[in-house]
Design a protein around this ligand. Structure first.
Ligand SMILES: [Fe+2]
Length: 312
């Protein structure tokens, strides 16, 4: 008999054994508060081994970590880029509003600049994953978002790990997962500005698995306009379940207000932003880098099981 390596596949609906063992590991000691995800770092461009291990540990467990720069030097865009590189994050996503270096500065823009996108206002931003309108080959799998200056009031973020959303949906009804994995379950219509199409319509699944690693990826927006959900009953019920989860007071939602010098590094977890107010000319400023890669070594099972060897 030859020994063959079979990859751990907790997200395959047909594999309940892997799912149940991964689920037990995932939920045991899962962080419930943002403080449990916080890692002080002296210099984000040159993490110590302990700082790196702490961030990676949180990302493996919860797909996100919050870091706090304790060194004297304020972290700018090069520091954000440098931080990402230490976790295998290289390929920056180009988006319509990114600055020339592909890292976006998120702050309130004067209306005279003509932008009407909610991220550049002080309004609340509803639940989403970043780049849900991107084509399949340009999915945003990781984000680093750094707060250079906080709002005077408000601007809290709420986060939900997509793997927790997956568990809650699958436990409720495995058919929900099947429905949300359909390749045409969610369609974002084309983006047309002043009669010109600047982004084509984009259909895709909510949950998908990366081909090589079987990592879970989620694509979602809570917006109710300019979105077309597939009309089958189970898909509609799954979307409604997800909406109620996100709009409720589930203990799995993690709230945090990023302070100046803090940031989040994550595998594009679900997030929302509450409305905020700036104090005069002192504006809330965030730098956001979006990547096509996932944080290195954060595939489900990488630390709890790895590849299993079985006899064939
Ligand atoms: Fe976002």
């Amino acid at each position: 008999m030859n020994a063959v390596i079979s990859r751990f596949q907790p997200f395959e609906l047909s594999n309940d054994v892997d799912y149940q063992s991964w689920r037990a590991w995932k939920l045991a000691g899962y962080p419930r508060r943002a403080e449990q995800l916080l890692v002080p770092v002296r210099d984000p461009q040159r993490l110590s081994a302990a700082e790196h291990a702490a961030i990676l540990g949180h990302c493996r467990k919860a797909n996100m970590a919050i870091y706090q720069v304790t060194g004297a030097r304020a972290a700018g865009k090069p520091a954000i880029r440098g931080l990402g590189r230490q976790f295998g994050l290289e390929s920056l996503d180009m988006n319509l509003r990114a600055d020339e270096d592909s890292i976006t500065t998120i702050t309130v823009m004067p209306e005279s600049t003509g932008t009407h996108y909610i991220p550049y206002t002080n309004k609340a931003l509803n639940w989403h994953t970043d780049g849900y309108y991107n084509p399949p080959q340009e999915q945003v799998r990781a984000i680093v978002m750094h707060c250079a200056a906080e709002a005077d009031r408000g601007g809290d973020n709420l986060f939900l790990d997509p793997e927790i959303a997956y568990i809650l949906l699958r436990d409720e009804n495995p058919g929900f997962i099947r429905a949300l994995m359909q390749p045409d379950v969610m369609t974002i219509p084309a983006n047309v500005e002043q009669g010109r199409e600047i982004r084509a319509a984009q259909s895709g699944p909510v949950f998908s698995l990366e081909k090589s690693s079987h990592a879970l990826h989620m694509r979602y927006t809570a917006r109710s306009r300019s979105i077309v959900w597939k009309g089958d009953a189970i898909a509609r019920n799954a979307v409604e379940f997800l909406r109620e989860l996100l709009d409720g007071d589930s203990p799995w939602l993690i709230r945090h207000r990023l302070q100046a010098g803090q940031g989040i590094i994550c595998n594009n977890v679900l997030h929302k932003r509450e409305a905020f107010a700036d104090h005069g000319a002192r504006k809330r400023v965030l730098y956001r880098a979006r990547y096509h890669e996932r944080i290195h070594a954060t595939v489900a099972g990488a630390d709890c099981y790895g590849e299993r060897i079985c006899s064939g």
